[in-house]
Design a protein around this ligand. Sequence first.
Ligand SMILES: Nc1ncnc2c1ncn2[C@@H]1O[C@H](COP(=O)(O)OP(=O)(O)OP(=O)(O)O)[C@@H](O)[C@H]1O
Length: 267
Amino acid sequence: MTTSNLTNIDSKSIESKYKMITENVTVSYDGIEAVKNVTMKFKEKSVTALIGPSGCGKTTFLRCLNRMHDMTKNAKVTGKVMIDDIDLYSKDIDPIYHRRKVGMVFQKPNPFPTMSIYDNVTAGLRLNGVRDKRILDEIVEDSLKMAYLWDEVKNDLKKSAIELSGGQQQRLCIARALAIQPEVLLMDEPASALDPIATQKIEETITELKKDYAIIIVTHNMQQAIRVSDYTGFMYLGDLIEFRETKKLFTDPKDELTAKYVQGHFG
Ligand SMILES: Nc1ncnc2c1ncn2[C@@H]1O[C@H](COP(=O)(O)OP(=O)(O)OP(=O)(O)O)[C@@H](O)[C@H]1O
């Protein structure tokens, strides 16, 4: 399928200010393309959802946005991923410095199991040489507040992270990602391992975080995309089929495949 990605980008999106832009991103595993020529623009202070059937390339694409494929031996990425006009894949940049601008939250909560809540949040900072206790304390409080976990754990920061509930662990992982002060937050099905109440909390957290961040979220759950996102990209077999404001994509899809998918004809 060769749908032109650019023609299906909503014209309103193009006028706005973008935090991140991908240009013709292609990812192949052992020479087989899993993501094909994807061009997308991610606005500041907004949530963009990536939807599509299993295996369509959502996670593969998301992982390009912070160069996570650098660690996958059989993966090859081509194209550009621009953050504030700097190409993350340019040979002239320090990938570690720029990768720090992009935080990631995974499908399953993955706090460091042997560490306390406090140490989980500060792990990345300490790795980057921050030692000042006063600064660390401040960042712990700010990050946990941003992740809407502070009130539940403020008196228990030395408690082991694995003593938290699944939903709390996921919000701790969000706090850990925020502690290194990223500019973009990537979330790969952040609520799929959680119960409905924890899911609601994560969705509320996402809605609050978008006041400060560009958030890109992969989700299987179309209702979740409708609830939390401003823009949605529908992918199919590695192609970006349609990318528009969420409301429009779900109520007035331009592409027949998108229409079939959002109406639940295949999944
Ligand atoms: N490390 C890998 N090596 C080889 N092929 C891979 C690898 N990771 C993913 N793939 C393949 O790439 C394609 C896209 O996978 P990806 O996980 O990105 O899809 P997805 O849309 O996120 O799926 P799901 O919704 O099931 O998580 C699939 O065909 C998958 O089998």
